[in-house]
Design a protein around this ligand. Structure first.
Ligand code: WT7
Length: 658
């Protein structure tokens, strides 16, 4: 590698306020958005602002008749408009003569395996062929296609091929268990599943096909397409299973993109909520793509020569929006890495950044905290001067991790954009724009132009700077917002809209209003945890534990964790005839792995005879949490069973506050 050129100073610190950073003149000269007036202008007429964005960012077969309609609680944008996501992400760049540009640089996990580069021409060819494959398997417009793939280029090809023929995709994270796959495929009623023979994780082959076989039992899946990735000897079922590479060979090279209605679903993505069952979040083409395009462009300030790396798996919304649609709509070059961040050594990421000249890195606080722990020597071994912008997402980032990211990875020159958003919002919504700033550790920033978020109290009163409350979005709601929950309309109203009688969208997050119009998102206020950035429902985990033959009742609490942010701790009551033991603990952990996947694995299982309950029979989670955290327990006399707390103190090893 060549010597680093003198690093450009992109960011300057406010001389009056330590820890408040602003874009330098140099950065401002190059950034897409630098004038703060954009906020005011967009706020003056948000609907017109988004109309302009939709028209400028995307190519439409037909312009919409009506820009926005709010029929509480249903959001619609660009009604009557017609477009195709795949055409916008691929065809139009090829038509514009940019076919030679690199679309995807794919880095496999095994360090000695060559990277694979797909230009927009390559992507065009592959997507067209695979779209025809899907059609030949009987997939029609509106049919759901399940995708259960590791991070290989076939992921983006598969998503785009689905979008091309108007078949909504429903991606299931490849580290999810067969049971989790099953629940999602069953709910989405997918006809076809795309998976692989396996994938590499820390040098070992994970047998994904085995989970897929198990997961599709008793679902509507009729055909399975298998990508050969790991050379794993898998069993193929005649008439059901097909190799991707064999089907592709026979496929026609052009497939006409479907002219999709702006409000037709582009995809379903399942996420965890407050009940046991995951919710199918619905995103539609017109609004979602508009937001994906513009947030990628403005939030990450993406330019023609950038190499953008969003480290998220495709199983999460971050992967959908910033490791597929957003960058490709912008004709950008993105890097995709298949494997573990610390394989074969803890400097794998930094090695990749140096080798491929990554300019923009978008990752999660949990990863940053892990690298902090591993020590500065790993990034210090590498020339990271190609980086010019850093992003973070998924959970609140603490000052220490922020400063480390800023100094050690960003060399003190890269702005950090801390982006707040959710699966439901489709695209980033609260952040500091790189050319405007300011960048302040632990403050996400302000609402993206054309959107408005506030911190409100229980009654819905908007709070001023310095106050904490609930984070809400105000109308007109952002175009990228979800359009509902698949087959769960009541849940949709109840979870997001009833609390403020359709006046606001309720995010389920706590927040604090900060200086510079900033918002600090402080974490979930419902029974959802963020474990290593992954969204996990305590109810879903309890349901999983309760399904084990030895368990009658369980309760999960979130315990703060140095690297993961939070981690689940389980209280378990056993059925008659079962005794607490190390074997049973192991069996329960294994059961969770199997039913949900290792990300849900409880850090600790505490066996109990009884759980503290209110007189109305509700489990007192506050007490369960205080116990594992050695915090004051408070008054227990109003409980139905105060003596249960004494027993639990013993079991937990409660020392009390010091
Ligand atoms: C929840 C949504 C959005 C992509 C990944 C997560 C938390 C997200 C931030 C941030 C503080 C954040 C919230 C939110 N969250 N970004 N920058 N600062 N908290 O999507 O899995 O749907 O989770 O993640 O609690 O509600 P998700």
């Amino acid at each position: 590698m060549s010597n680093p050129t003198k690093p450009v100073k992109w960011v300057v610190e406010n001389p009056n306020e330590k820890g408040v950073f602003w874009p330098s003149e140099e950065l401002k000269r190059k950034a897409w958005v630098t004038d703060e007036k954009i906020y005011e202008k967009a706020a003056g007429d948000p609907i017109a602002f988004w109309e302009e964005r939709a028209a400028e960012g995307l190519e439409w077969y037909k312009r919409w008749d009506e820009p926005y309609r709010w029929e509480p609680p249903y959001i619609k944008w660009f009604i009557g408009g017609k477009l195709n996501a795949c055409y916008n992400a691929v065809d139009r760049h090829v038509k514009a003569g940019k076919g030679d540009k690199k679309a995807i640089i794919w880095v496999p996990e095994p360090p000695n395996e060559e990277a694979r580069v797909l230009t927009y021409d390559d992507l065009y060819r592959e997507v067209n062929r695979f779209a025809n494959v899907l059609k030949s398997l009987g997939v029609k417009r509106g049919d759901r296609v399940g995708i259960y793939l590791p991070l290989i280029p076939e992921v983006q090809i598969a998503l785009l091929a689905c979008a091309r023929i108007g078949a909504p995709h429903s991606v299931v994270f490849s580290a999810f268990s067969s049971d989790s796959l099953h629940i999602r495929l069953e709910d989405a009623e997918a006809k076809v599943l795309i998976t692989s023979d396996g994938y590499y994780r820390r040098g070992k082959v994970v047998d994904l096909k085995a989970s897929a076989d198990e997961g599709i039992k008793n679902t509507k899946v009729e055909k399975v397409v298998i990508v050969k990735r790991a050379g794993n000897g898998v069993k193929m079922v005649d008439g059901r299973d097909y190799w991707w590479h064999e089907l592709i060979e026979k496929a026609e090279t052009f497939c006409e993109p479907e002219e999709m209605d702006a409000e037709e679903p582009l995809f379903y993505l399942y996420t965890s909520g407050t009940t046991g069952k995951p919710k199918g979040v619905i995103h539609t083409a017109g609004g979602y793509l508009t937001q994906a395009y513009w947030t990628t462009r403005w939030v990450f300030d993406i330019h023609d020569d950038d190499i953008f790396w969003c480290t998220s798996d495709i199983g999460w919304i971050t992967g959908h929006s910033y490791a597929c649609y957003g960058p490709l709509l912008n004709c950008a070059t993105m890097l995709v890495y298949e494997g573990a961040p610390d394989y074969p050594a803890p400097d794998r990421w930094w090695d990749i950044i140096e080798k491929y000249g990554v300019t923009i890195l978008y990752t999660a606080p949990t990863a940053i905290r892990m690298f902090v722990k591993l020590g500065d020597e790993w990034p210090k071994k590498h020339d990271l001067s190609s980086l010019r912008l850093l992003g973070t997402v998924g959970e609140p980032i603490d000052k220490e991790a922020w400063m480390w990211y800023f100094n050690v990875i960003g060399g003190g020159r890269c702005p950090i954009t801390d982006t707040w958003w959710q699966t439901e919002t489709g695209g980033t919504l609260i952040m500091s724009l790189p050319g405007i700033g300011p960048f302040i550790p632990s403050i996400a920033g302000r609402s993206f132009p054309g959107t408005r978020h506030e911190v409100v109290n229980e009654e819905g009163k908007i709070l001023q700077e310095g106050n904490s409350g609930y984070l809400v979005q105000l109308p007109p709601f952002a175009p990228g917002m979800f359009r509902g929950l698949y087959k769960a309309d009541e849940k949709y109203r109840e979870t997001y809209w009833n609390r403020y009688q359709n006046r606001f969208y309720f995010t389920s997050d706590g927040a604090r209003k900060m200086p510079y119009n900033g918002i600090r998102a402080t974490g979930r206020v419902d029974d959802v945890m963020k474990v290593a950035g992954h969204r996990l429902s305590t109810a879903e985990l309890e349901d999983a534990l309760n399904r084990h033959e030895a368990v009658t009742e369980s309760a999960i609490v979130a315990k703060p964790h140095e690297i993961k942010g939070e981690t689940p701790v389980a209280y378990v009551i056993l059925k008659e005839g079962f005794q607490p033991s190390d074997e049973l603990t192991k069996a329960l952990v294994k059961h969770v792995d199997k039913t949900m996947g290792p990300i849900a694995r409880p850090e600790r299982i505490i066996f109990a005879n009884e759980l503290p309950k209110t007189r109305s029979g509700k489990i007192m989670r506050r007490i369960l949490k205080a116990l594992v955290m050695n915090e004051p327990i408070g008054n227990t006399m109003t409980l139905l069973n105060p003596e249960s707390v004494e027993e639990l103190k013993q079991r937990v090893g409660y020392k009390g506050p010091d």
